[in-house]
Design a protein. Structure first.
Length: 121
């Protein structure tokens, strides 16, 4: 039922609940999907702001915080590696709308999230 299959090398399911709606970060397609309870299906709502397929979902955090979905992931570039905290409010009518917003950037932190805990919103 969870999108993306269940290969042995994939990370545990990356799921979050916002306003009683279940969302998943599908690491095989780099998309956020929303679960449709009535039809028992997953629907694509938008692309992830970082690539998850290159490491099978490892090194990425996908969490809920109040009315926001948070994605914490790394970026590699010519200036080095950074960890970026992205957020998006999945409100009605906003499913294909604005891009993810950036809440914070941590420079020289590597490009892999080893562990993530949200202590408060």
């Amino acid at each position: 039922m969870y999108p993306g299959g269940n290969r042995a090398t994939q990370s545990p399911p990356l799921v979050a609940v916002v306003k009683n709606q279940l969302y998943a970060a599908d690491q095989s397609t780099n998309e956020v999907k929303k679960y449709d309870k009535e039809n028992n299906t997953w629907n694509v709502v938008r692309p992830l702001p970082v690539r998850a397929d290159s490491s099978n979902g490892w090194g990425l955090a996908f969490k809920a915080c109040g009315d926001k979905l948070l994605v914490v992931g790394g970026h590699r570039g010519p200036q080095g590696e950074v960890i970026v905290l992205h957020y998006w409010r999945p409100e009605e009518g906003n499913m294909g709308g604005a891009d993810w917003d950036i809440l914070s950037i941590r420079e020289r932190a590597g490009a892999f999230v080893y562990n993530c805990a949200i202590m408060g919103c």
